[in-house]
Design a protein around this ligand. Sequence first.
Ligand SMILES: [Zn+2]
Length: 320
Amino acid sequence: MERLLDIFFSGMALFFLSPLLIPIVIILKCTGEGELFFMQERMGRHGMLFKLFKFATMLKDSPNLGTGTVTIRGDTRVLPVGKFLRKTKINELPRYELTIPSSKQQVSFRPFLVKEQKTLLIALESQDESQILRAVVDTIGSCVYEPIKLETLATFDVEYVFTMIRSKSVGENANVNLKCTECEEFTEVVIPLEDIRIEIPEETPTVKLNDNYTIQLKYPQYKALQKELNSSDPDTMTDAMIDMIILCLDKLRTEDELINFANETKENTITFIESLNTQQFEDLIKFVQSLPKLKHDVLFKCDHCDKDNKVLLQGLQDFF
Ligand SMILES: [Zn+2]
């Protein structure tokens, strides 16, 4: 039934757009190479592929000519009518806006395409955190129009920006299965991705060690995290925690000096952390554990026992 409605409505849309479409078809047929459409694969709901017809505004062999898949102003591969369609953007991918949480930079982006979706799926299947992160960041790089310094993105920037791109690519909602705290059965819950926010404290966080020493902390960059994922395989939870803390240490303020942790060797920094007392160490752990991340409170009624549940989703994997 839904399928029938889809066909009905797209038929209606085609009918009403035909005064616009038919002249384009005629002009394309009479100019250029006489090709009307070319097909491109796009991602639909739930990651399903479908074929999309686009008007052929460029020479068939364009990807192999000149600047390849990149179209430049005055590109000789664009057909005469192609120029018009391109100018009027009938043929363009939609453009959306978002603000990068840490830098507050406003950028515009397009949904991701099949080639990017494929890379993401392969990475997800690998279950290798580092590979997933790389695929996610590469996708951000391709979909955001403005040049952004990918390597300076904080981990939560990556989570947020990717979630927004994904919401415009495969659907505005994420369907997640959540477990009931009462009967432990699962209920499917729909989460509107647009509602997800990231809160970042205004001030630079610090940890006061004593009257003379204060540590200035920073939000870890995804690049540093990825390097960490690649280089070490920590034996214990404490080692893993120390690795995370190192990524968050910015400067040590003493009475008369400001020491930059970036200039110290990892060994020196580890020695420094190990010389802290347990309370000071706890304070650093607290910071690591409260790093900004995607968060969303979900209220849902269990399908099986009717219990009202409240769950906090956080981090990228909770929203996939
Ligand atoms: Zn239940």
